[in-house]
Design a binder for this molecule. Structure first.
Ligand code: F6R
Length: 272
Protein backbone atom coordinates (compact mmCIF):
# COMPACT_ATOMS: atom_id res chain seq x y z
CA UNK A 1 0.00 0.00 0.00
CA UNK A 2 2.81 2.36 0.94
CA UNK A 3 4.34 2.06 -2.52
CA UNK A 4 1.27 3.78 -3.95
CA UNK A 5 1.69 6.99 -2.00
CA UNK A 6 4.79 8.36 -3.71
CA UNK A 7 2.70 10.97 -5.54
CA UNK A 8 2.51 13.00 -2.37
CA UNK A 9 5.88 12.31 -0.74
CA UNK A 10 9.38 13.68 -1.32
CA UNK A 11 11.98 11.39 -2.97
CA UNK A 12 12.68 10.01 0.46
CA UNK A 13 10.21 9.64 3.26
CA UNK A 14 11.78 11.79 6.00
CA UNK A 15 10.55 11.23 9.55
CA UNK A 16 11.90 13.59 12.21
CA UNK A 17 11.50 12.48 15.82
CA UNK A 18 12.31 14.34 19.03
CA UNK A 19 15.26 12.10 19.98
CA UNK A 20 17.16 8.95 18.90
CA UNK A 21 15.14 6.81 21.29
CA UNK A 22 11.84 7.69 19.60
CA UNK A 23 13.49 7.26 16.19
CA UNK A 24 14.77 3.77 17.05
CA UNK A 25 11.41 2.66 18.41
CA UNK A 26 9.78 3.80 15.17
CA UNK A 27 12.47 1.97 13.16
CA UNK A 28 11.87 -1.23 15.12
CA UNK A 29 8.15 -0.88 14.48
CA UNK A 30 8.76 -0.70 10.73
CA UNK A 31 10.96 -3.81 10.77
CA UNK A 32 8.52 -5.67 13.03
CA UNK A 33 5.72 -4.88 10.58
CA UNK A 34 7.76 -6.36 7.71
CA UNK A 35 8.39 -9.55 9.74
CA UNK A 36 4.73 -9.85 10.80
CA UNK A 37 3.53 -9.40 7.22
CA UNK A 38 6.13 -11.81 5.84
CA UNK A 39 7.40 -14.30 8.46
CA UNK A 40 10.18 -15.50 6.11
CA UNK A 41 11.35 -11.95 5.39
CA UNK A 42 14.94 -11.23 4.40
CA UNK A 43 16.38 -8.41 6.50
CA UNK A 44 19.48 -6.41 5.65
CA UNK A 45 21.16 -5.32 8.89
CA UNK A 46 23.73 -2.77 10.02
CA UNK A 47 26.11 -2.44 12.95
CA UNK A 48 27.42 0.70 14.68
CA UNK A 49 26.11 2.85 17.50
CA UNK A 50 22.96 4.00 15.72
CA UNK A 51 20.89 0.77 15.53
CA UNK A 52 21.68 -0.49 19.05
CA UNK A 53 18.50 0.89 20.57
CA UNK A 54 16.47 -0.41 17.63
CA UNK A 55 17.85 -3.91 18.24
CA UNK A 56 16.94 -3.63 21.93
CA UNK A 57 13.40 -2.81 20.91
CA UNK A 58 13.24 -5.77 18.51
CA UNK A 59 14.40 -8.01 21.38
CA UNK A 60 11.66 -6.55 23.58
CA UNK A 61 9.06 -7.13 20.86
CA UNK A 62 10.25 -10.73 20.58
CA UNK A 63 10.13 -11.35 24.32
CA UNK A 64 6.99 -9.45 25.23
CA UNK A 65 4.92 -9.47 22.06
CA UNK A 66 6.01 -12.75 20.45
CA UNK A 67 7.69 -11.26 17.38
CA UNK A 68 8.85 -14.42 15.63
CA UNK A 69 12.21 -14.55 13.84
CA UNK A 70 12.32 -18.32 13.35
CA UNK A 71 11.91 -18.09 9.56
CA UNK A 72 13.72 -14.79 9.04
CA UNK A 73 16.98 -14.58 7.05
CA UNK A 74 19.48 -11.75 7.55
CA UNK A 75 22.38 -10.27 5.60
CA UNK A 76 24.68 -7.76 7.23
CA UNK A 77 26.12 -4.89 5.26
CA UNK A 78 29.78 -5.31 6.03
CA UNK A 79 32.68 -6.81 7.95
CA UNK A 80 36.31 -5.88 8.62
CA UNK A 81 38.93 -7.78 6.64
CA UNK A 82 41.02 -10.05 8.85
CA UNK A 83 38.71 -10.21 11.88
CA UNK A 84 37.23 -13.62 12.70
CA UNK A 85 33.69 -13.74 14.04
CA UNK A 86 35.07 -14.51 17.50
CA UNK A 87 36.91 -11.15 17.64
CA UNK A 88 34.97 -8.79 19.88
CA UNK A 89 35.20 -5.95 17.34
CA UNK A 90 34.03 -8.03 14.39
CA UNK A 91 30.60 -7.24 13.07
CA UNK A 92 29.59 -10.93 13.34
CA UNK A 93 30.35 -10.73 17.07
CA UNK A 94 28.43 -7.44 17.33
CA UNK A 95 25.35 -9.01 15.75
CA UNK A 96 25.49 -12.15 17.89
CA UNK A 97 25.86 -10.10 21.06
CA UNK A 98 23.39 -7.32 20.32
CA UNK A 99 20.62 -9.17 18.52
CA UNK A 100 20.89 -12.75 17.35
CA UNK A 101 21.44 -14.52 20.67
CA UNK A 102 18.47 -12.71 22.20
CA UNK A 103 15.88 -13.71 19.61
CA UNK A 104 14.69 -17.01 18.13
CA UNK A 105 16.57 -16.68 14.84
CA UNK A 106 18.25 -19.69 13.24
CA UNK A 107 21.95 -18.71 13.25
CA UNK A 108 22.42 -20.58 9.94
CA UNK A 109 20.13 -18.03 8.34
CA UNK A 110 22.24 -15.07 9.54
CA UNK A 111 24.88 -13.90 7.09
CA UNK A 112 27.82 -11.56 7.59
CA UNK A 113 30.57 -11.28 4.95
CA UNK A 114 33.59 -13.40 5.93
CA UNK A 115 36.52 -11.03 6.32
CA UNK A 116 38.89 -13.95 6.87
CA UNK A 117 38.09 -15.72 3.58
CA UNK A 118 41.25 -16.78 1.74
CA UNK A 119 39.77 -15.48 -1.52
CA UNK A 120 38.03 -12.20 -0.70
CA UNK A 121 36.84 -11.62 -4.27
CA UNK A 122 35.15 -15.02 -4.28
CA UNK A 123 33.59 -14.19 -0.90
CA UNK A 124 32.13 -10.96 -2.36
CA UNK A 125 30.70 -12.77 -5.38
CA UNK A 126 29.37 -15.54 -3.14
CA UNK A 127 27.69 -13.00 -0.85
CA UNK A 128 25.82 -11.46 -3.79
CA UNK A 129 24.77 -14.96 -4.86
CA UNK A 130 23.51 -15.85 -1.37
CA UNK A 131 21.39 -12.67 -1.30
CA UNK A 132 19.96 -13.54 -4.73
CA UNK A 133 19.32 -17.15 -3.68
CA UNK A 134 17.39 -15.90 -0.65
CA UNK A 135 15.10 -13.93 -2.98
CA UNK A 136 16.62 -10.47 -2.36
CA UNK A 137 16.39 -8.20 0.66
CA UNK A 138 12.95 -7.03 1.80
CA UNK A 139 14.20 -4.19 3.98
CA UNK A 140 17.73 -2.90 4.40
CA UNK A 141 18.59 -1.11 7.63
CA UNK A 142 21.33 1.51 7.28
CA UNK A 143 23.29 4.01 9.34
CA UNK A 144 25.06 7.01 7.85
CA UNK A 145 28.75 7.83 8.23
CA UNK A 146 29.75 11.36 9.14
CA UNK A 147 31.26 11.51 5.63
CA UNK A 148 28.06 10.27 4.01
CA UNK A 149 29.06 6.61 3.68
CA UNK A 150 26.51 3.80 3.73
CA UNK A 151 27.81 0.35 4.51
CA UNK A 152 31.53 0.92 4.07
CA UNK A 153 31.01 2.64 0.73
CA UNK A 154 33.24 5.65 1.22
CA UNK A 155 32.91 8.91 -0.76
CA UNK A 156 33.58 8.68 -4.51
CA UNK A 157 32.96 4.93 -4.72
CA UNK A 158 30.86 3.75 -7.66
CA UNK A 159 27.12 4.21 -7.21
CA UNK A 160 26.59 0.93 -9.07
CA UNK A 161 29.01 -1.11 -6.97
CA UNK A 162 28.26 -4.64 -5.82
CA UNK A 163 29.70 -6.34 -2.73
CA UNK A 164 33.40 -5.46 -2.78
CA UNK A 165 36.59 -4.86 -0.84
CA UNK A 166 37.00 -1.27 0.34
CA UNK A 167 39.87 0.69 1.82
CA UNK A 168 38.47 2.64 4.77
CA UNK A 169 38.85 6.42 4.74
CA UNK A 170 40.87 8.19 7.43
CA UNK A 171 37.67 9.81 8.70
CA UNK A 172 36.02 6.41 9.17
CA UNK A 173 39.12 5.04 10.88
CA UNK A 174 39.12 7.98 13.27
CA UNK A 175 35.37 7.61 13.95
CA UNK A 176 35.62 3.87 14.68
CA UNK A 177 39.09 3.60 16.22
CA UNK A 178 38.00 4.36 19.78
CA UNK A 179 36.80 0.80 20.35
CA UNK A 180 40.03 -0.62 18.91
CA UNK A 181 42.19 1.40 21.32
CA UNK A 182 44.24 3.02 18.56
CA UNK A 183 44.18 3.82 14.85
CA UNK A 184 47.04 1.39 14.22
CA UNK A 185 45.13 -1.52 15.74
CA UNK A 186 42.22 -1.02 13.35
CA UNK A 187 41.73 -2.99 10.15
CA UNK A 188 42.11 -0.67 7.16
CA UNK A 189 39.97 -2.77 4.82
CA UNK A 190 36.44 -4.09 4.85
CA UNK A 191 34.04 -6.13 2.76
CA UNK A 192 30.80 -4.29 2.13
CA UNK A 193 27.66 -4.62 0.09
CA UNK A 194 27.98 -2.16 -2.77
CA UNK A 195 25.66 0.77 -3.36
CA UNK A 196 24.03 -1.17 -6.21
CA UNK A 197 23.45 -4.06 -3.80
CA UNK A 198 21.83 -1.73 -1.27
CA UNK A 199 19.63 -0.08 -3.90
CA UNK A 200 18.33 -3.51 -4.93
CA UNK A 201 16.68 -3.95 -1.52
CA UNK A 202 12.91 -3.61 -1.88
CA UNK A 203 12.92 -1.05 0.90
CA UNK A 204 15.64 0.98 2.64
CA UNK A 205 15.44 2.32 6.19
CA UNK A 206 18.23 4.69 7.22
CA UNK A 207 18.66 6.10 10.73
CA UNK A 208 20.94 9.06 11.50
CA UNK A 209 21.08 10.90 14.79
CA UNK A 210 23.06 13.65 16.45
CA UNK A 211 24.81 16.85 15.38
CA UNK A 212 27.80 15.01 13.87
CA UNK A 213 25.56 13.77 11.05
CA UNK A 214 24.05 17.15 10.06
CA UNK A 215 26.11 17.75 6.94
CA UNK A 216 25.87 14.18 5.68
CA UNK A 217 22.09 14.18 6.24
CA UNK A 218 21.67 17.47 4.41
CA UNK A 219 23.62 16.26 1.40
CA UNK A 220 21.96 12.84 1.39
CA UNK A 221 18.43 14.26 1.31
CA UNK A 222 18.68 17.68 -0.30
CA UNK A 223 22.06 17.74 -2.01
CA UNK A 224 22.89 16.57 -5.50
CA UNK A 225 23.01 12.87 -6.23
CA UNK A 226 26.77 12.40 -6.13
CA UNK A 227 29.33 9.70 -5.36
CA UNK A 228 30.93 12.13 -2.92
CA UNK A 229 27.97 11.41 -0.63
CA UNK A 230 27.16 7.70 -1.08
CA UNK A 231 23.98 8.12 1.00
CA UNK A 232 22.59 10.45 -1.69
CA UNK A 233 22.19 7.33 -3.88
CA UNK A 234 19.06 6.63 -1.83
CA UNK A 235 17.42 9.47 -3.78
CA UNK A 236 17.20 6.90 -6.57
CA UNK A 237 15.35 4.39 -4.42
CA UNK A 238 11.58 4.22 -4.78
CA UNK A 239 11.00 3.37 -1.14
CA UNK A 240 13.58 4.87 1.19
CA UNK A 241 12.58 5.94 4.69
CA UNK A 242 14.95 8.19 6.64
CA UNK A 243 14.52 8.56 10.40
CA UNK A 244 16.25 11.55 12.01
CA UNK A 245 16.27 13.33 15.35
CA UNK A 246 16.04 17.09 15.78
CA UNK A 247 19.86 17.37 15.90
CA UNK A 248 20.63 15.53 12.69
CA UNK A 249 17.74 17.30 10.91
CA UNK A 250 18.94 20.76 11.93
CA UNK A 251 20.51 21.60 8.54
CA UNK A 252 17.57 20.61 6.33
CA UNK A 253 16.01 23.44 4.28
CA UNK A 254 12.74 21.57 3.95
CA UNK A 255 12.48 20.22 7.49
CA UNK A 256 9.11 21.92 8.02
CA UNK A 257 7.85 20.44 4.76
CA UNK A 258 8.79 16.91 5.91
CA UNK A 259 7.05 17.52 9.24
CA UNK A 260 3.98 18.83 7.43
CA UNK A 261 3.80 15.79 5.20
CA UNK A 262 4.29 13.46 8.16
CA UNK A 263 1.48 15.20 10.05
CA UNK A 264 -1.01 15.17 7.21
CA UNK A 265 -0.63 11.64 5.99
CA UNK A 266 -3.74 9.62 5.38
CA UNK A 267 -4.51 7.19 8.16
CA UNK A 268 -3.55 4.27 5.89
CA UNK A 269 -0.15 5.82 5.23
CA UNK A 270 0.79 5.86 8.89
CA UNK A 271 3.21 3.42 10.45
CA UNK A 272 1.38 1.53 13.16
C1 F6R B 1 27.75 -0.37 9.88
C2 F6R B 1 27.86 0.47 8.69
C3 F6R B 1 28.22 1.91 8.76
C4 F6R B 1 27.56 2.66 9.91
C5 F6R B 1 27.98 4.13 9.91
C6 F6R B 1 27.40 4.89 11.08
O1 F6R B 1 27.41 -1.70 9.53
O2 F6R B 1 27.65 -0.03 7.64
O3 F6R B 1 27.88 2.52 7.54
O4 F6R B 1 26.17 2.57 9.77
O5 F6R B 1 29.37 4.21 9.97
O6 F6R B 1 27.97 4.41 12.26
P1 F6R B 1 27.38 4.81 13.69
O7 F6R B 1 26.02 4.24 13.76
O8 F6R B 1 28.31 4.16 14.66
O9 F6R B 1 27.39 6.29 13.74
Amino acid sequence: MFALVSFSLPAMEVLIRENPDAGCILGAKIIARVVRDKPDAVLGLATGRTPLRLYQELIRLHREEGLDFSRVTTFNLDEYVGLPGTHDQSYRYFMDENLFRHINIDRNRTHVPDGTASDLHAECRGYEQRIADAGGIDIQLLGLGRNGHIGFNEPTGSLRSRTWIKILSEQTLRDNSEVFGSLEAMPKHALTMGIGTILDARRCLLLAFGPAKVRAVEHMIEGPLAAICPGSALQLHSRATIILDENSAAGLRYADHYRWIDKHKFEWQRIK
